[in-house]
Design a protein around this ligand. Structure first.
Ligand code: PEP
Ligand code: MN
Length: 270
């Protein structure tokens, strides 16, 4: 570590120019805007194939889908595990779109051979042994902010990955705890310009977990684009009412298409 900054390698101090992370045809951090879309969890082959088809057609650049789900309750759907990853990879291949899925245990790394981006969830942002393991491999890591993490704690988690050998870290703001029952989280949009100031890493926004409310996803997506985020991660389901996880915050494929049209207009103005 140089200087007194605990996240020196992640800081603007160490590197002035933005880090650009290329995945398939899309790039994070080069001034373009990446849409990551897909279900909270892969539920079946039909479900992920249908959603992949629709979001790709609508212009998504990356397909998401959880297979190992860190659910708050042990009685909730935990994901399809290894077979969920296989279904996600198959759908991504079928529609020629890169994929992202959350990894919760470094021992599972071998199962992610066909997945392009490894996601670290909010609950694991400070799982330092997981972060070190992801730093010792080459795939880009999507690092979500923990529920109550400060910017420096978040960037110091990125530092674990970078200092272990992997510079390809994409930050994802997904909301922090709020004092009240109305919304699941408070989406901290100040994080976008502030992280751009502190760090050269790309930052995207997840308004789905950030609010927990499908009706708020489009307006906050527009706000995130206006605040110069490098992209969005949106939970999209072909039938949100029947989703096995996070249906309340999931939008359907038509809503995703409309959202993208609106956000693209904001991007044009900028
Ligand atoms: C997710 O993206 O599916 C997820 C579990 O998000 P978070 O870690 O932000 O809660
Ligand atoms: Mn979810």
């Amino acid at each position: 570590m140089k200087s007194n900054c605990p996240y020196y390698l992640a800081s603007r101090e160490s590197k002035k120019e933005n880090t650009v992370i290329q995945v398939g045809d899309v790039s994070f951090g080069d001034g373009s805007f990446v849409y990551i879309a897909g279900p909270c969890a892969v539920e079946s082959q039909e479900q992920i194939m249908e959603i992949a088809r629709q979001v790709k057609e609508a212009g998504a650049g990356v397909l998401r889908g959880g297979a190992f789900k860190p659910r708050t309750s042990p009685y909730d759907f935990q994901g399809l595990g290894a077979s969920g990853l296989r279904l996600l990879a198959e759908a991504a291949r079928a529609f020629n779109i890169p994929s992202v899925s959350e990894i919760v245990d470094a021992r599972d790394l071998g199962l992610y051979a066909e997945i392009d981006i490894l996601q670290v969830g909010a609950r694991n942002m400070q799982n330092y042994s997981l972060l070190k393991s992801l730093g010792e491999q080459k795939k880009p890591v999507l690092l979500k902010r923990a529920m109550s993490a400060s910017y420096s704690e978040w960037l110091t988690s990125a530092e674990y990955i970078i200092s272990s050998g992997n510079p390809n870290v994409i930050l994802c703001e997904r909301g922090i705890r709020m004092p009240g029952p109305e919304l699941r989280n408070t989406l901290d949009l100040a994080a976008i310009p502030y992280i751009h100031r502190l760090s050269h890493l790309p930052i995207i926004v997840d308004p789905s977990h950030g609010t927990g409310d499908s009706g708020l996803v489009a307006p906050l997506s527009k706000a995130a684009a206006a605040a110069m985020a490098d992209g969005l991660m949106i939970e999209v389901h072909d039938n949100p009412q029947e989703a096995l996880s996070d249906g309340m915050q999931s939008i359907d494929c038509t809503e995703f298409r409309n959202l993208k049209t609106q956000v693209d207009k904001i991007l044009e103005v900028l």
